[in-house]
Design a binder for this molecule. Structure first.
Ligand SMILES: [Zn+2]
Length: 398
């Protein structure tokens, strides 16, 4: 009988391994027009664009717009020195119309950011904000980029606040899309508050951290990071019920982050000497969002409360629906406890092979650019979006 179970687990491992291999190569998406002969400009090699702009300059004597465009192309190709020279020459022309001068200054500031000359870029952008109010939105957006690189969250908050839609700024709520290109301002501001709250959490004043996290939630009510951090702050302060309440809010905000809350939630209820509530909560969550991580957590509770046999049966049934390498490893671990010497050793070998296979896989992925890694970053290292990275753990995920 044990041999049959072992054989079954072995084949399950092979099938999961095969499915992993089949799914592991992410689809490479080319521009929609790539094969149709109508390639978007961004897909045209930089050299071609630069040659065409250079021809235009020599034939027409060079308009300001063409020079700015040439500088942008050079910057994109990594020739920042060339871009700086072109944009500096334009900025030095006093006779240039105000709109062109503002645009040239903005592009020069972007060149400086690309060259890592953040002080110069900041100075130029602050002047732009003062002298050309019409360019203030673009100027603030690039200043945010600088303050994010420098991790100067107080200045980032200061610069981002005026970008909030007026209604939101007045009411302190977030329901509408932000004004700026890319990510909503309110969402980014909420993350800046969380960054500051993390710094304050390490100091003596937990109230300062708490206040910032409530501010983050008033800016973006779906900010799971603020709820998770608030749970940690309340736990550190010995307010276990409030901590559990903050952590349980994540289910309504974004259930994909539920597994991130399980560890601390268990510690909160353990401090309250309540074993039933976390188990009931996990079962409720499992019914709503049956991810492999939740299945594993429920099986763990079940093993402690009802014994290994009940946990094994539950896990085996769940794995049929939601196959996962960690789940299979957990099932083999439970089976090991009920096996005889030789089978126990075989199962141990199989389990270590599965764990090694699982260890080579990324655990988190950015939903915006596909960046994958082993850690949850709130600011994607690949595309710099905030809150776009989640555990690779959706229903049916391997
Ligand atoms: Zn990304």
């Amino acid at each position: 009988m044990t041999d049959l179970i072992f054989l079954g687990l072995f084949f399950a491992a092979i099938v999961i391994g095969w499915m992993l291999g089949r799914r592991s190569a992410p689809a490479v998406r080319l521009g929609g027009n790539y094969f149709s002969g109508q390639r978007p400009v961004r897909d045209i090699p930089a050299d071609t664009v630069i040659d065409s702009l250079a021809d235009e300059l020599s034939s027409e004597g060079g308009t300001v717009g063409t020079r700015i465009a040439l500088g942008i192309q050079l910057r994109r190709r990594g020739e920042v020195d060339g871009a700086v020279r072109i944009h500096q020459e334009l900025v030095a022309r006093e006779s240039l119309p105000a709109g062109d001068l503002a645009r040239a200054r903005l592009e020069l500031a972007r060149d400086y950011v690309s060259a890592g000359l953040l002080d110069r870029a900041e100075e130029l952008l602050l002047e732009l904000l003062r002298d050309y109010p019409a360019q203030s939105q673009a100027g603030r957006r690039h200043l945010l980029e600088i303050y994010e690189i420098e991790r100067d969250w107080r200045r980032a908050i200061e610069v981002a606040r005026p970008l909030l839609p007026r209604k939101l700024a007045l009411e302190g709520r977030s329901h509408e899309p932000g004004l700026q290109r890319g990510q909503r301002v309110a969402q980014r501001l909420a993350h800046y508050c969380c960054e500051l709250a993390e710094e304050e959490r390490l100091g003596p004043d937990l109230d300062a951290s708490r206040k910032l996290l409530h501010e983050a939630l008033s800016l973006d009510k779906r900010c799971v990071r603020a709820s998770m951090l608030l749970g940690q702050v309340e736990y550190d302060d010995g307010h276990y019920l409030q901590a559990a309440k903050a952590l349980r809010r994540v289910r309504a905000q974004d259930p994909d982050y539920l597994p991130e809350t399980i560890g601390l939630l268990r510690k909160c209820y353990a401090a309250l000497d309540d074993r039933k509530s976390p188990r009931d909560y996990l079962l409720e969550c499992l019914a709503v969002r049956p991810t492999p991580a939740l299945v594993a957590a429920v099986a763990e509770d079940m093993a402690a409360a009802e014994g290994d046999t009940a946990a094994r049966e539950f896990l085996a049934a769940q794995l049929v629906e939601y196959p996962s390498l960690p789940g299979l490893s957990q099932l083999i671990g439970l089976q090991q406890g009920a096996s005889q010497d030789t089978s126990r050793a075989d199962l141990g070998l199989l389990r270590s092979l599965i764990q090694r296979l699982a260890a080579t896989r990324p655990t988190y992925r950015c939903g915006h650019c596909g960046f994958a890694g082993k850690h949850l970053h709130w600011n994607c290292p690949g595309c710099k979006q905030w809150g776009s990275i989640k555990a690779i753990d959706g229903p049916g995920a391997l």
